[in-house]
Every structure is written in C-alpha cells, then in structure tokens.
Design a protein around this ligand. Structure first.
Ligand code: PEP
Length: 259
C-alpha cells in the first residue's frame, strides 16, 4: 500500500517572526518541486499565523509544536485546537520527547491530545521513543509499545490517515547519533505490526510512521529507502532551508526509486 511520505521540520524554540518569514519565502518555491512529498514546518506559536498565511495555497503545511486538549478556559499559557485551526494550521506535533521529558507529559496526556486533535480535524504527529538507558537495558520495546498502545486505546473508529506516528529514539535527538537505517526500520516495522494487531490491517497499512533523530542530508537517503519508514521529523538539519530542501529531495527520490 503506497503511503505518501512526509518531511517535517521541527524548529523547536528557534526563529523570530522575521527569520521565519525569510525561511518560508525561500522554502515555498523549492518545496513546490517535491510533488510526491508532504512538506511540513512545525514552528513556534509566535510565528505560526504568519507562516500559515504565507504557506496558504502552497505545498507547505504550517504546523504547531504542541497544543492542549481543552478548547478554552483557565489554562494559562496553553493553546487549543480551535485556536490552531483559526490561524490556518492543520497539523500539530503531540508528545515530542522534549515535552514528555522536560514538561512532564505522560502517555495519558499524549493520548488525550491525540484524540482531541483528530476530533478537531487536526493531523497529529504523535512522537514515541525510548531513552538510552531503556535501550541499553533491553526495555526499548516495552516503552515504545506502551506509548503506541495507549494512543490507540484512546481512539475509536479512526482510519490510518487521521494521524501520523514518529519514532524518535531520545538518544538520537539532537545528538548526531542517528539510529542505523536497519535499527530504525526494525523499530518502525515492529510499531506497524503492533498497529496491525491493535487497529487492523487497513489502519496499519495506511498510517504513516516517520523516523526522527539526527536525520541529515548525509544519512537521509538510506533512512528514507527503508520499507516501513514514511519520512522524517527533523530538528537541527531543518533550521537552514538548504539542508531541509536536501532532505525533501531525499524523500522525493526514495519515491521515484521505488516506482
Ligand atoms: C526532533 O526535534 O524531533 C529531532 C529529531 O531533532 P534532531 O533532528 O535535531 O535530532
């Protein structure tokens, strides 16, 4: 079953509005060439409205890095699904490991956010992944299967196109220490098998699963060529337009070569 790849930039806490405008203006014409790939940029809230406005009617999807599952109320500092839709955002990262590790998000919170995003018509990119200690002690699959399982438990009657998973081993994020393409394929293949068991063959065949963790122009082609990997979620190497474009091209080439 052919799944359309996604190449996603996660700017994290980087870029002013001015810098975001310059980046987006440079990216738009380059992304237009990659007609086999969904190109998304997950930007800080402060520049989301502007990036979404610039990307309207273009091949680039403007996304948020987080949101809260309630729609309004006494939640100081939070942003809701209707607020994201209001500024023209259709996608949102949920449960990034930095949110889980630094801001205490739990599997329950992540599952509730995923459910709310889907209900609201946002496409959540749900991040899962293990720490180095968990991997070294043989606990990788217990952690990752628990994270994926909790999300699926929360969802009712959704199809595989309603969400995207991103397998991001924490030890590979921002460290330069990428998982080998084989390790990434192995983990993502196991996630797909688990989804088949829990949500059915159709769901598992259509849901996209990205890899994230020190993806860069030098390793992107090999990672994108793996059977179960449907794209990348990229931090560091997405901050410069040129290197992000190289990653988009790698995803586009992987499609062309598999045809
Ligand atoms: C990320 O931010 O999700 C990420 C994978 O970062 P990096 O590419 O820098 O490892």
């Amino acid at each position: 079953m052919a799944r359309r790849p996604m190449m996603a930039a996660n700017w994290k806490m980087n870029k002013t509005v001015r810098e975001a405008e310059e980046y987006t203006a440079a990216l738009l014409p380059r992304a237009a060439d990659a007609d086999e790939v969904d190109v998304a940029v997950f930007v800080p809230f402060t520049c989301l409205h502007e990036v979404a406005r610039m990307a309207e009617d273009s091949a680039v999807i403007a996304g948020a890095q987080n949101f809260y599952y309630e729609d309004s109320g006494a939640y100081t500092g939070e942003i809701s699904a209707p607020m994201l839709l209001d500024v023209g955002t259709g996608v949102v990262i949920v449960g990034h490991s930095e949110r889980r590790e630094t801001f205490g998000e739990t599997d329950d919170t992540v599952a509730r956010k995923t459910k709310r995003a889907v209900e609201a018509g946002l496409l959540p990119i749900v991040c899962v992944g293990e720490t180095k200690e968990e991997r070294d002690s043989g606990g990788m699959w217990e952690k990752v299967s628990g994270q994926v399982g909790r999300v699926i438990e929360e969802l009712e009657d959704v199809d595989g196109e309603s969400l995207v998973f991103a397998y991001e081993p924490i030890w590979a994020i921002g460290t330069g220490d990428t998982a080998t393409p084989e390790d990434a394929q192995d983990a993502i293949g196991k996630i797909r098998d688990l989804l088949k068991e829990k949500a059915g063959e159709d769901f598992a065949g259509t849901v996209r699963i990205l890899y994230g963790g020190s993806v860069k122009p030098e390793n992107a082609a090999e990672i994108m060529a793996q059977r179960d990997i449907d794209g990348g979620l990229v931090g560091g190497a997405s901050l410069e337009v040129e290197s992000f474009v190289e990653l988009i091209e790698a995803a586009q080439n992987a499609v062309t070569q598999s045809e």
